[in-house]
Design a protein around this ligand. Structure first.
Ligand code: OGA
Ligand code: NI
Length: 356
């Protein structure tokens, strides 16, 4: 992408500090008890697992998983296809550029307002079509459908991505089961929310950056959905804000592991017991980097609110209900329109302290 254009330069608050702490990482959790071939699970092992998940969600909001059951060749195939796709000339990739009508597809930052991230992206919806509200107006109950856009090349991209997303979807739902257990809920407590899911998979490409101290691959943010399952290559660059002291901690790549993080919806469902944690991506002078997040999102008609089982007089709901579909479409459309208001955030639905 050449020189760092002033438009990419992040303001002082967003600018990466050079001292990154690499000493202690996010927890690493072995999921093999979930994947025993004969499905005979050792209840003790599951109990230990649930405790590990609970601690990781409470203390970090982030963890890595190994022995997760997603076949290695499926991750390799999607990474190879992603490299082929991004290696094409910009004119080719821009043929499937996302716009207001079709909010998924390719984009590079040059064509996206408000975004100063040093990256290019290809998004695809896990369910086709994906049902969403037809407008962001709160009272409009109409629905519409979103469809995917596929590039001509590489021709295998579609099959490889569909195959991959099915595997990672299974993993993400198993993790939601463990998270439910860790909150003292039945394992299938969250299942119904994902029947008409609005999940999507993103291919991220971070090209080498001539002045990595001025730009970020992705500026600090929290993920708005329920759960994110991220594959990253061996380059590294993801940093997580440590809850204990606010330091940025680099997530060192672990071969064949996924990085899992709690999104805003779990924060609301759990009434702040599990918080969605800020993270960002550093860029690199020499190396390009690829990463593939799977964003697990509920059906658009989900009214997101603290679960009744987890609230009571002593611990009243900290959020007012909000429509996930309206939230999602507002976020997606804000990529194309310069909206006056800031990007929608869950704290806009926070019940004020005085009200309690
Ligand atoms: C994201 C994200 C991290 C990464 O796309 O939301 O946080 O390592 N990506 O690419
Ligand atoms: Ni993120």
């Amino acid at each position: 992408m050449g020189e760092v254009d002033p438009a990419f330069i992040q303001d002082t608050e967003h600018r990466p500090k050079l001292s990154i702490i690499e000493a202690e990482g996010i927890p690493l959790i072995d999921l093999s008890p979930l994947n025993s071939p004969d499905y005979i699970c050792d209840p003790k092992a599951i109990e230990v697992l649930v405790r590990e998940i609970s601690n990781a969600c409470k203390n970090w909001g982030f963890f890595q998983v190994i022995n997760h059951g997603v076949p290695l060749e499926k991750s390799k195939k999607i990474e190879t296809a992603a490299r082929k796709f991004f290696a094409q000339p910009p004119e080719e990739k821009r043929k499937i550029r996302r716009d207001e009508k079709c909010v998924v597809g390719y984009y590079d930052t040059e064509h996206t307002k408000n975004v100063r991230d040093w990256k290019e992206v290809f998004d695809f919806l896990v369910k086709e079509p994906t049902l969403v509200p037809s407008s962001t107006e709160p009272d409009d109950k109409e629905e519409t459908q979103w469809f995917n856009q596929w590039p001509e090349n590489p021709p295998e991209l579609r099959e490889v991505m569909e195959d991959y997303s099915q595997e990672v979807e299974k993993l993400s739902l198993k993790l939601m089961g463990l998270i439910a257990l860790s909150l003292g809920l039945p394992e299938d407590r969250f299942k119904g929310y994902f029947k008409d899911q609005t999940s999507f998979v993103r291919l991220n490409h971070y090209p080498p950056c001539p002045s990595p101290e001025l730009a970020l691959g992705v500026g600090r943010h929290k993920d708005g959905g329920a759960l994110t399952v991220l594959a990253q290559d061996e380059v590294g660059g993801l940093e997580v804000k440590r809850k204990t002291d606010g330091e940025w901690i680099r997530v060192r790549p672990t071969p064949n592991a996924y990085i899992i993080n709690v999104g805003d919806i779990i924060q609301v469902w759990s009434n702040d017991k599990y918080e969605s944690v800020e993270h960002r991506v550093m860029v690199n002078l020499e190396k390009e980097r690829f990463s593939i997040p799977f964003f697990l999102n509920p059906a658009h008609y989900t009214q997101v609110k603290p679960l009744e089982e987890l609230t009571n007089k002593q611990n009243p709901a900290k959020y007012r209900p909000y429509s996930w579909g309206k939230f999602l479409t507002l976020r997606k459309l804000s990529n194309f329109k310069k909206l006056k208001a800031e990007n929608i955030q869950i704290y806009h639905f926070k019940v004020s302290e005085e009200a309690n």
